[in-house]
Design a protein. Structure first.
Lengths: 277, 254, 249
């Protein structure tokens, strides 16, 4: 009769919840995905008899390209690990009692959140030396390590923001209750507050992961060999025929889609579940 | 469909007429054959336990909810007609909701002015004069520039009544308009409705306010599980209810 | 004035070795400004186009046609879950080479769309896919009963959308829109990959010729900090202008 809204309970009043995709694939969409592949069809007709048809080129090189994709996934996982560790620290620093630490952490977060990821990547690639000396030991830093480091910076800033937001969302009464039980600040944070909001942090954290996984292709711009670099090389190896571009890049789109779409759905499902509680 | 045409309607006929109205949501039948008339200037109250289809019934009358079967006529307009001119119907029928449903992004005055300007295309200055008068009538002079979020529930509900009156309806529908209000603001809204009734406005109310119904209504209908169980003028209705369900309900709420 | 600034940066170079060529060498300065202009052009056009795509998509998504709804859904799902850089490559190299090209009098091949236009097209589609979701969630957040009240007052569905639902939906989705547009501004750097001379591209050219990576890196960071800051400021102004008294958070 009255629906879920209470008097005055308009959404304008409520804290904003970032929208989650309601769009999902249904069987009817299958053809749309196939459409990505069939862009190659007109090209197929143009292709000379001497050269392989585009789809066969993709199949022939798929193992190599998939190795490249696996490398993208590896970079994203490492960047996520590094970024999450650093970001948790940074997020907690933003909640620290010392005003100086809090402000510095806030400024660092803002900078790394708002600078384009590609610019951060350039920053790390050009300004971090190719080797570092630790305890008199020369450790070489290959490009992909630097790239991983470059990707972990925006992850760090985003995770920091997630941690801060989640901790803030726990009602202050929880802090008061714990304080009145003589817990120390550190104990309250680790034993009472963080366990409560870990669940709430999971969906946005997964979101950041999907973003970083998709961003790893930017490493090709700064000369790290990954899937897109290999795709360009494969294209050159097949004689640089223009009609090969669409199927080859289409294949890359497909790989990322098959990897990121399930993450997106899972994130959406977790979010809905946590919302209803 | 054979039946009276709107041109044939005259004020001595019922202004609202329901004949054997059915409404189902899926396989669940909410209204199982409701019939009654409301005459011009009458105040009719519909009471009954929650979930007995009262709100659905009142929503059917201005075509917010389509009926499954049966006939509803408002001033001779066939509401179930697929070619129904909803605008023409809603000019005649005003509605006030339980949750006020004011437009939160507009001031009280703008809320009252919006529909006459956007829907009827009336002159803004003329509408403003009328809107200010209506707000004064519901005792909200001085609150013209307040936004709904800045008003109490009772004040918002009175703005909603003024908003509806601005369309100059012939019939007003009130859907549990005091159910969401604080006890102390219920009275101010009921006073406004009573004044309307005394001025001769035709009113159809779904309500839980039994004392109000007893004082103001010309006729009371008691519905339960989609049918009208009992009806009559307040004096007889409250004094000598025949049906067991009615008596049980009255003993709970009175 | 300009000479004073130029002189100051020249002295800075001579005394400290910090070589901000952009601020005293007119050639580098013009390149930098050209890049900045291109970034602004990309940002403004893609922001506007993505808003239109988002609004139209959200409208179709709540529309009656199953086919259109399915198409919009597919578009949203694909563009949200694939890397924007690969999208740009797919459009520019993949589709760009398939499109018929014009030829000049002396036989030079002129593509139908140049790299800047492809960048604008694919970035708009990318951000537009997110905007569809954002607008849809905003429309859904407007209580059904509020739209019902408009209907009861005789509003047609379209008029109720225009005067009641959309103004409220916009307010609900503004924070998310805010984020997405800032993200779009940052994503314009990807146009670098297809040689669109935007800020990153121009700055990289300057540092490879003038050998001042660190200095230009700082200029680059500062540039984006200012651009993002500017957009945040504009969006906040807008948010404040739309705030409803009594509904403040």
């Amino acid at each position: 009769m009255s629906g879920p809204d209470r008097p005055g309970g308009l959404p304008v009043l409520l804290p904003f919840v970032a929208p989650r995709s309601e769009a999902r694939l249904r069987p009817a969409h299958a053809w749309l995905l196939c459409g990505l592949g069939t862009v190659a069809l007109p090209a197929w007709a143009q292709a000379g008899t001497a050269s392989l048809p585009p789809l066969e080129v993709v199949l022939k090189w798929a193992p190599l390209l998939l190795t490249g994709f696996a490398f993208n996934v590896a970079i994203s996982l490492m960047a996520m690990l590094l970024g999450t560790l650093a970001g948790t620290g940074l997020g907690l620093a933003m909640l620290a009692e010392g005003a100086v630490l809090r402000r510095v952490a806030w400024a660092v977060t803002q900078v790394f959140r708002n600078v384009p990821w590609l610019v951060l990547l350039f920053f790390v690639m050009f300004l971090v030396p190719f080797q570092v000396t630790v305890f008199g030991l020369r450790v070489p830093l290959p490009d992909w390590v630097k790239a991983t480091f470059g990707f972990s910076l925006p992850v760090m800033a985003n995770v920091a923001e997630i941690v801060r937001g989640a901790v803030r969302s726990v009602p202050t009464t929880q802090w008061e209750a714990a304080e009145s039980l003589a817990f120390t600040r550190r104990q309250i944070l680790w034993r009472i507050i963080l366990p409560q909001c870990a669940k709430r942090m999971l969906p946005p954290w997964m979101n950041v992961y999907a973003l970083i996984a998709m961003a790893t292709v930017q490493a090709s711009i700064v000369g790290v060999t990954e899937m897109l670099t290999l795709t360009a090389q494969v294209h050159a190896a097949e004689g640089g025929r223009p009609e090969l571009f669409a199927p080859l890049y289409g294949f890359a789109l497909l790989c990322f889609f098959l990897y990121c779409y399930p993450i997106d759905r899972l994130t959406a499902r977790l979010e809905r579940r946590f919302e209803t509680r | 469909m054979a039946g009276p045409r709107p041109e044939d309607w005259s004020p001595d006929q019922p202004i609202v007429q329901l004949i054997d109205v059915h409404k189902s949501f899926g396989s669940f039948e909410v209204l199982k054959g409701i019939s009654f008339d409301v005459r011009k200037g009458e105040v009719v109250c519909i009471i009954g336990p929650s979930g007995s289809g009262k709100s659905t019934l009142i929503r059917c009358i201005n075509a917010l909810v389509p009926v499954t079967a049966g006939t509803i006529r408002v001033e001779g307009i066939e509401v179930a007609d697929p070619k129904l001119d909803k605008l023409a119907l809603r000019r005649k029928v005003g509605m006030v909701f339980q949750q006020y449903n004011l437009f939160p992004h507009k001031t009280a005055l703008a809320n009252v002015m919006m529909a006459p300007i956007h829907v009827l295309g009336q002159d803004r200055r003329e509408v403003e004069v009328r809107a200010r008068a209506l707000l004064a009538k519901v005792r909200l002079a001085g609150k013209e520039d307040a936004y709904p979020g800045e008003l109490s529930g009772g004040q918002q509900q009175r703005v909603a009544i003024a908003r509806s009156l601005a369309m100059r309806p012939d019939v007003m529908l009130f859907d549990e308009v005091t159910a969401a209000l604080d006890p102390e603001t219920v009275k101010e809204v009921l006073v406004t409705i009573r004044e309307l009734a005394e001025e001769g406005m035709t009113c159809l109310l779904v309500t839980h306010e039994m004392n109000f119904a007893r004082d103001v209504a010309d006729h009371i209908y008691f519905t339960d599980r989609g049918v009208i169980v009992e009806h009559g003028p307040p004096a007889t209705f409250f004094a000598s209810a025949q049906d067991e369900r009615t008596r049980r309900f009255l003993s709970q709420v009175l | 004035m300009i000479e004073a600034v130029q002189g100051w940066f020249q002295r800075l170079y001579e005394t400290t070795g910090l070589n901000f060529t952009v601020f005293y060498d007119p050639y580098d300065w013009n390149r930098y400004i050209g890049g900045l202009r291109m970034t602004l052009l990309l940002s403004v056009t893609t922001i506007l186009a993505s808003l239109v795509i988002g609004a139209v998509g959200a409208l179709l998504q709540s529309g009656p046609s199953r086919l259109l709804r399915g198409l919009v859904n597919g578009f949203v799902v694909v563009f949200r879950n694939t890397p924007p850089l690969v999208q740009i490559f797919f459009f520019y190299f993949g589709l760009g080479t398939l499109l018929p090209a014009l030829r000049t009098a002396d036989g030079l091949r002129i593509p139908l769309l140049d790299n800047v236009q492809w960048a604008i097209l694919s970035l708009s589609l990318f951000a537009g896919a997110f905007n569809v979701e954002i607008f849809r969630s905003g429309i859904e957040a407007v209580p059904r009963t509020t739209a019902e009240a408009a209907e009861a007052l005789g509003y047609t569905r379209f008029k109720a959308y225009r005067h009641v639902v959309l103004p409220l939906a916009l307010r609900v989705c503004l924070p998310a829109l805010n984020n997405n547009l800032i993200n779009l501004l940052k994503t314009t750097t990807l146009a670098y990959a297809i040689a669109v001379p935007e800020t990153l591209y121009a700055v990289k050219q300057i540092w490879s010729e003038s050998q001042n990576v660190l200095e230009m890196m700082l200029v680059l960071l500062a540039t984006y900090a200012v651009l993002v800051g500017l957009l945040v400021w504009i969006m906040h102004r807008w948010e404040r202008a739309l705030r409803i008294p009594g509904y403040g958070r």
